[in-house]
Design a protein around this ligand. Sequence first.
Ligand code: FMN
Length: 342
Amino acid sequence: MTRSDTRRDRKKEHIEHYLKSTYRNNTLFEHIYIEHCSLPELDFGEVDTCTDFLGKTIGHPIMINAMTGGTNFSREINRELSKIAKKHNIPMAVGSQTIALEDGDSHKSFKIVRDTMGDNGVVLANLSGHASIDEVKYAIEMIEADGIQIHLNPAQELTMREGDRKFKGILNNVENIVSHIDRPVIVKEVGFGVSGDVANRLYEVGVRYIDISGKGGTNFIEIEDKRNDKIDFSDIYCWGIPTALSLIQCRSISRDLKLISSGGIRTSLDILKSLVLGADMVGIGGMILRKLIEDGYDAADSYIEGLIYKLKILMLLTGSKDLDALKKVPYKVKGELKDLLV
Ligand SMILES: Cc1cc2nc3c(=O)[nH]c(=O)nc-3n(C[C@H](O)[C@H](O)[C@H](O)COP(=O)(O)O)c2cc1C
């Protein structure tokens, strides 16, 4: 079996095991309290969710996060997801393109996203923190990406039987990528959260975009555990930084740092709370994938449409006409989240 075959199988298994995963961690968004406003002095039609992201104007601050690519099955998934992204004028990231560095046949499963979304769509490339400058350029060119996500996933790699065991030098490599690539570089987790300390170290080497991908949704320790029959990892399924905590910690670093809130985003309330806490964009991964595979295209499309409609309702109910106004809405932190912030 070649390395590309292993990668292809792994991609398929990630989706299968994600769909079978049952363990549920908490984002801690339920500990954010936002007050209702019965005198918003706004008409519903005035509520505007447009925003600028990576140099283009998009319809809503919601993106479809990195998930897949590399196989025929993932090409179909990417085709359907990118149709939804185009329809609502929201960004979409492709899954890791590492397989595409070795296997030309896999390119079409990634390119389908740009082909579907056209020049006006915001499309993001995706590679690991080990990627070289040439690999980053190659991945960007392949899909004419507006930016690239560089994923950090030590928890996933260490629970993956065939995973990476070398994590030295990644910060240096990220610094090198940021200083040599003329497109925005978004450093992201994959569901275990970015701490304030890590965000600060990334900021100091020039990173200006972080996707926190916190705990509370997709759990790669559980997914890899289901692929690994040697060791039982169920006692560490609870590992990671809850999304709400990671977001608050990273927000305190600098206003100059653009933040994507992701990890366990399921509802319009999660999106609203992320934006009130200062996120510039909100990423959805597993939930939209599950809707698409289990219930089909129309259900996945309606899910996004519903999120947008309910986000606008909630914006009106906080008296917020647009996303800038939403950032000024006061909030209170309670319970476990409050304890973790001291
Ligand atoms: C099946 C699956 C595959 C994923 N593959 C990638 C990947 O290739 N690269 C990456 O950066 N993140 C990957 N992710 C992580 C997501 O982009 C996201 O960070 C994480 O799932 C947390 O968001 P969620 O709880 O909304 O799913 C994957 C997630 C899922 C569910």
